[in-house]
Design a protein around this ligand. Structure first.
Ligand SMILES: [Zn+2]
Ligand SMILES: [Zn+2]
Length: 220
């Protein structure tokens, strides 16, 4: 196997703990040198509302969401949107390099009993254009609960200014199973303004979901 980012051969160490564990063994898809290029967010000092790095108290954006009546998503993210991450997103989503979809798989060990993992799926137009769903691609190794559908919107989020992103109308609808899990973890690739995740939260609430809704993204 080769590193997903630099394409040099990967040499894997199989730790004894992983071999005797009952959990599925997830191997790193990035070499140590490339792993070091992506900056981890330290959860101890991240914003308790949105997971922003170096904001140990609720940030101004989260205070605005709370003042507007949105329950906190207690969002968590793994990596900052640094230069290599920008390139990763550009190649994965922009240029449609699906082979990058599992680059961070070994870091995304999110399956928990009683928690439905609900991905923020693509709109049909983007899915048809790209040929794959980037969020389902990133989290496809996990048992996903695809409760959300997204209607086509006029323009992609990536082309919008911050103000335009925040003014985006709701485009999610949710369909719940007969006995939904008591907790939901919404999954997305990138948290920018929070608008999309709060829309997903509102769609679940509108469909009658009464459990706890938190969210997670690879990048913040
Ligand atoms: Zn590498
Ligand atoms: Zn925040």
């Amino acid at each position: 196997m080769t590193c997903r980012w630099c394409h040099r051969p990967l040499t894997q160490d199989f730790p004894l703990a992983a071999l005797v564990s009952l959990r599925p063994l997830r191997l790193a898809r990035l070499c140590p040198r490339c792993q070091a290029r992506f900056t981890r967010i330290k959860s101890a000092t991240a914003c308790p509302g949105c997971g922003r790095a170096n904001s140990p108290t609720l940030c101004a954006d989260c205070q605005r969401w709370a003042a507007a009546g949105y329950p906190s998503l207690h969002h968590r993210a793994l990596f900052t949107y640094g230069e290599d991450m920008r390139l990763f997103i550009q190649q994965y989503k922009g240029q449609g390099h699906y082979q990058l979809h599992d680059a961070f798989e070994d870091c995304l060990d999110l399956a928990r009993r009683g928690v439905a993992l609900v991905p923020l799926v693509s709109e049909p137009k983007h899915l048809a254009k790209r040929g794959f769903d980037p969020v389902v691609g990133l989290f496809g190794h996990l048992p996903l609960s695809e409760w959300l559908t997204k209607a086509d919107t006029a323009r992609p989020q990536a082309e919008k200014t911050r103000r335009e992103r925040l003014a985006t109308p709701q485009s999610f609808t949710a369909t719940l199973p007969a006995h939904p899990a008591p907790r939901v973890l919404l999954l997305d690739d990138l948290y920018t303004t929070g608008r999309t995740l709060y829309h997903a939260q509102q769609a679940l609430l509108a469909a009658g979901y009464r459990g706890e809704i938190h969210s997670f993204s690879l990048i913040r």
